[in-house]
Write a protein that binds this ligand. Structure first.
Ligand SMILES: Nc1ncnc2c1ncn2[C@@H]1O[C@H](COP(=O)(O)OP(=O)(O)OP(=O)(O)O)[C@@H](O)[C@H]1O
Length: 278
């Protein structure tokens, strides 16, 4: 494994009976990054994360973790023992993990007001998610893998959880990989992106590198862009046309241009280079 990488995949694939859920997946994830795994429904996100967590064997290819790397995985359905209280879940975590940070786990529960002595089966979905986070954080992972971590949480809790997770990354140097559908929440959070569509990795890398050279040009309705470059997305609304281009040439009035956002680039890549009516 090359130094500085938390994870590397090479030619990774998974087939369920006759169907390939993931194919030809190769990427490198540097240590200490906050990576977002984005994709449409059924794109293969859970399949990839479950393989990284070591709970599913690849059909082909290879997946390598940093030497001595420890993965914590918070699955989409956040399985907890319903009769156990949050404190008992932490005790179980302490017994199952050679390295365990009880204080970090307890701090997480109190930060999110989780009743520590109430059976998990009687906690709300959001509180159960917080117990799963506390156990994962307590296990002191070098790579924290989260499958749709925010789906059970209200908008305030989503923001608070993201902020706490970023603090954990900064404090401990761990790497984080999380799948999400909510592209709008990635800005300022993810510095690395893995984008899946139909079981294929269509884009991956450092967010700033991916955004570099992508601009949005807006001007009068037109069949083609005002400057050369690869058209990533076209949209027409009323008398106006907008082109997302891989190219950053200056443009003359009445056209204007600005840098593309991560959300625009992701949505454009997921919808292909089809023209969309805004
Ligand atoms: N156990 C399984 N047996 C057969 N097919 C499966 C199994 N698990 C997943 N698949 C199929 O593999 C593909 C990828 O599924 P996966 O759950 O990895 O996608 P996803 O990106 O996580 O989707 P979502 O965003 O809807 O959760 C889908 O076509 C799915 O139907």
């Amino acid at each position: 494994m090359t130094d500085g990488l938390a994870l590397a995949a090479h030619g990774l694939g998974k087939r369920y009976r006759a169907t390939w859920a993931l194919r030809d997946c190769s990427f490198e994830l540097p240590t200490g990054r906050v990576a977002a795994l984005v994709g449409t429904n059924g794109a293969g996100k859970t399949t990839l994360l479950t393989m990284i967590a070591g709970l599913l064997q690849p059909t082909e290819g290879e997946l390598r973790l940093a030497d001595g790397g420890r993965v914590a995985f918070v699955a989409q359905d956040k399985p907890l023992y319903r009769a156990f209280t949050p404190l008992e879940m932490l005790r179980l975590g302490a017994e199952l993990n050679r390295q365990w940070d009880q204080q970090r786990a307890l701090d997480w529960l109190s930060r999110f007001d989780v009743p520590p002595r109430q059976p998990c089966g009687r906690l709300s979905g959001g509180q159960q998610a917080q117990v799963a986070f506390a156990v994962a954080i307590g296990s002191r992972p070098s790579l924290l893998v989260l499958d749709e971590p925010l789906s059970d949480l209200d908008p305030l809790a989503r923001r608070a959880v993201i902020s706490e997770l970023l603090t954990e990354v900064a404090d401990t140097g761990m790497t984080m990989l999380m799948s999400t559908h909510v592209v709008a929440e990635l800005s300022g959070v993810a510095d690395h992106l893995l984008l899946l569509a139909d079981g294929r990795l269509v884009m991956s890398g450092d967010v700033d590198d991916l955004l570099a050279g992508h601009r949005v040009y807006t001007g009068p309705r037109s069949d083609g862009p005002p400057v050369p470059g690869e058209v990533v997305l076209t949209s027409h609304a009323g008398g106006q046309s907008t082109f997302l281009l891989h190219g950053d040439d200056p443009v003359d009035e009445p056209w204007t241009s600005r840098p593309a956002t991560l959300e625009e680039l992701v949505l454009a890549k997921l919808s292909g280079d089809r023209a969309v009516a805004a």
